[in-house]
Write a protein that binds this ligand. Structure first.
Ligand SMILES: NC(=O)C1=CN([C@@H]2O[C@H](COP(=O)(O)OP(=O)(O)OC[C@H]3O[C@@H](n4cnc5c(N)ncnc54)[C@H](OP(=O)(O)O)[C@@H]3O)[C@@H](O)[C@H]2O)C=CC1
Ligand SMILES: O=C(O)CCC(=O)C(=O)O
Ligand SMILES: [Mg+2]
Length: 738
């Protein structure tokens, strides 16, 4: 449970692998910080924690939890916010349901997830669960724009110690397939609001009855806000998916679908559901009514479907028959038969596409064989980035990490910018008709004729975040002197509005010659050419490309995005330090449970920690924080120089070993510095004990590996059991806790 003092630094309690790592690392941070009088508190933003906080009614006092996300959402709007944010689960429905069931089994009296709410009570429960679903944390905390890059030490390390890269064959059939039209890209309209247009707007749908149905009202839109509306035709989508499956078959490749059902929690599960229906079309054609009666929701994936029909031999046989006709499918886990379409949150585009590309355009099929992949990304807004990357490597061969430069990112993210803030304004057309945005002054801003089921959405980005983003881009360019590209497509409605902000701002600052504005495809090619030549580039992008590119380039350059430095300068002055740019690595938990080896790399946490102390030092003139922060940077460098990062294999040093080394290097650096005699005197003996006991500590850490462990839960593990597993060295614990 989180503590609720008002700490100098807030460290988040999250889920899965990063949370396991915290059980080992956080006691070290707290112990070191306390020597400098710095307090490190926690706030629970885990999936289980958020569920518990949302349904307190029937819980015991001991079970209840505060709404930590709400508290933290307020905190990030204050000037002294200093938050270290680890990656958390953005839950798909199957994950949410699994977490609910686990909590219920632990004795938490919380309601079931209502798949098809009918009563008012069920609708209310569903609305509360919907607020927990998908990417529900990051948009609340990200009250600023992002500066994501590899720390210089990390980049140098990667150049000297290159990760393995798959070879690109000239004849590779791997490709990206997208809709020929009638998608979000093609249908987008955008406008920047004038003062006369600002105020409370509404979204309404006018069907054949002619009577407007208000889907959202009291939607406050300020002057200067860029407001887009667009839709994807589901008829066009279904036709495209059917053709893509046939096309995959004739190419002899594997079918794969890449989306972001977590961040885009309303639209993308629907698109995913259409892919499930397209794949199993003959089954849905024949047994549609029966599937519905069994409570099958295609949006939840094939895993849920198979579970619900497992006792229906006729349907199972029909599914088998389809499988025989279909091309191979890209697998998440071929040993366990988990396909790309099993769960909407298994294949997440930002991580999944780079993984295919890093492997030389290869995926794994149901037999565990490597092969070429048809990467289906239905919408054209961002698919060209991956298409161009694949074409570039086919022509030029894989990137060479020993010589490649770096692509950093400045991302427009603040205040739920663009698509990632569009959940409350995304709707499936309730019938044939017209969807429109009506402004406060009665003017219709955008309207689209729709067919039933079409996925319509409105996105906004506010003026202050846009201006802040341009400033941040100018700062980063000035500090680095790098090539700097605004990834904006003048032919896309939304981007054209942003360009109207960017061009005059650059001209006014007299730096227009230092920046380029290029559409995503052209910017991809230019950036790949730049890093291939060993130079650096800054990608200045909107929110979605921020997410995609900060996995794509790090995964190619560094082997992983876990080592990224991710700084969010909060708009009201605070700092949010995100650790890494990747996810919560569910596979890592599985490995820990099976063989007590945690391969999670805390490099992201190490980098964020240094920045957080630096922020405390700069913002509050805390000289001791400065000393601690610089020593933490030395420790991070030590981990890299001496190769102390975790290994992937059982029996070799893991996450816990890396924390021992971090503590030791940190203590040594604090003992060696001469700016703060008190800290030096405090850490001298600690450094000595860590050195003297090295053999014993490493022995205690390695002895435990190789056997299964019980964490007392997956989404809501037993904290004491986790602590026992993650802190197995009594010798180390005695030094840290003493
Ligand atoms: N900021 C946030 O809160 C984010 C949250 N997420 C959430 O995380 C979950 C999983 O997402 P996703 O990123 O797709 O998948 P993973 O977390 O599984 O990451 C993909 C792969 O990247 C590697 N990896 C990631 N982080 C590390 C690390 N610190 N150390 C070593 N290897 C690492 C692992 O590769 P290998 O198997 O080779 O070890 C891993 O299997 C989802 O619930 C998603 O919503 C995702 C992104 C950001
Ligand atoms: O919030 C999420 O679901 C994922 C965030 C993410 O992928 C990122 O910030 O890079
Ligand atoms: Mg991401």
């Amino acid at each position: 449970m989180a503590d609720h003092t008002n700490p100098d630094i807030v460290y988040t309690i999250v889920d899965e692998a990063p949370e396991l790592a915290s059980a080992s690392f956080l006691p070290i941070i707290r112990s070191f910080a306390s020597a400098a009088g710095i307090t490190v508190g926690t706030r629970d933003i885990s999936l289980a924690g958020r569920i518990i906080a949302t349904f307190p009614e029937k819980l015991t006092d001991a079970q209840r939890q505060n709404d930590d996300l709400g508290t933290l959402g307020v905190r990030v709007k204050t000037p002294d916010a200093n938050v270290i944010k680890l990656p958390n689960i953005s839950a798909s429905v199957p994950q949410l349901v699994a977490a609910i069931e686990e909590l219920q089994a632990q004795g938490y009296d919380i309601p079931d997830y209502p798949y098809e709410p009918s009563t008012d009570e069920e609708k209310e429960i569903r609305a509360r669960y919907d607020a927990i679903k998908g990417s529900a944390v990051n948009p609340v905390l990200r009250e600023g724009n992002s500066d994501r890059r590899a720390a210089a030490a990390v980049k140098n390390y990667a150049q000297k110690n290159p990760h393995s890269m798959g070879k690109w064959e000239k004849g590779s059939k791997t490709k990206v397939s997208s809709m020929p039209g009638n998608d979000f890209y093609a249908n987008e309209k955008s406008a920047t609001l004038t003062a006369a247009q600002a105020g409370d707007a509404r979204i309404e749908f006018v069907g054949i009855s002619g009577k407007p149905e208000v889907l959202k009202s009291g939607w406050t839109l300020d002057e200067g806000t860029v407001v887009d509306a667009t839709f994807m035709s589901v008829k066009a989508l279904s036709a495209f998916l059917g053709e893509a499956i046939e096309d995959t078959k004739s190419d002899g490749t594997m079918f794969s679908l890449h989306m972001k059902a977590t961040m885009m929690k309303v639209s993308d599960p629907i698109i995913f559901g259409y892919a499930v229906k397209a794949w199993l079309k003959p089954v849905f054609d024949k047994f549609g009514d029966e599937l519905k009666a069994l409570g099958v929701s295609p949006n939840s994936g094939m895993g849920d479907l198979l579970n619900k029909v497992k006792d229906k031999p006729e349907i199972m046989a029909a599914i088998e028959a389809v499988r025989a006709e279909r091309p191979e499918m890209y697998m998440v886990d071929s040993d366990r038969g988990i396909t790309n379409l099993h769960v909407p949150s298994d294949v997440i585009i930002d991580a999944s596409m780079p993984a295919v590309i890093r492997a030389g355009g290869k995926g794994w099929d149901s037999q565990g064989n490597k092969g070429d992949v048809n990467c289906v990304i239905p919408d054209n807004c961002y698919a060209p980035v991956y298409d161009e990357t694949i074409e570039f490597f086919k022509a030029n061969g894989a990137l060479d990490p020993t010589t490649a430069g770096a692509v950093a990112n400045v991302g427009l993210m603040a205040q739920k910018a663009e698509e990632y803030g569009s959940h409350p304004t995304t709707f499936e057309a309730p019938g044939n008709g017209v969807m429109r945005i009506v402004l406060a002054n009665g003017e219709t801003l955008h309207e689209h004729p729709l067919e039933e089921g079409d996925i319509w959405r409105a996105c906004t980005v506010k003026k202050a975040p846009i201006e802040n983003w341009i400033e941040l881009a100018m700062d980063r360019q000035r500090l680095t002197g790098s090539e700097a590209i605004f990834w904006l497509d003048a032919k896309r409605a939304h981007d054209a509005e942003l360009i109207k902000y960017v061009t005059p701002a650059l001209e006014k600052a007299g730096v227009a010659d230092k920046f380029k504005i290029m559409a995503p495809r052209e910017a991809t090619r230019q950036s790949l050419e730049t890093i291939t030549a060993g130079k650096d580039s800054i990608a200045i992008t909107g929110n979605v490309l921020r997410d995609y590119l900060t996995d794509l380039f790090p995964i190619l350059e560094l082997g992983t995005s876990a080592k990224m430095l991710s700084i969010v300068k909060l708009m009201n002055g605070g700092g949010l330090f995100e650790t890494g740019a990747g996810g919560s690595a569910p596979k890592h938990v599985q490995q820990l449970q099976e063989e007590n080896h945690l391969r999670w790399d805390s490099m992201g946490e190490f980098c964020a920690l240094g920045e957080s102390f630096k922020f405390l030092a700069d913002g509050q003139g805390n000289a001791k924080a400065d000393v601690l922060g610089r020593a933490a940077e030395t420790a991070t460098q030590g981990i890299l120089d001496d190769g102390r990062s975790p290994s992937r294999k059982v029996g070799e040093p893991d996450n816990r070993d890396s924390h021992y080394w971090f503590a030791r290097y940190w203590a040594e650096a604090l003992a060696a510095q001469d700016e703060d005699a008190e800290l030096a005197a405090h850490f001298g003996p600690i450094a000595l004990k860590l050195q003297e006991n090295e053999a014993q500590i490493l022995k205690e850490l390695s002895e435990v590996q190789g056997k299964p462990v019980d964490l007392g839960g997956y989404y809501h593990p037993d904290r004491e059991k986790v602590a026992a597993v993650m802190r197995p060295s009594q010798t180390l614990n005695a030094i840290i806790d003493g």
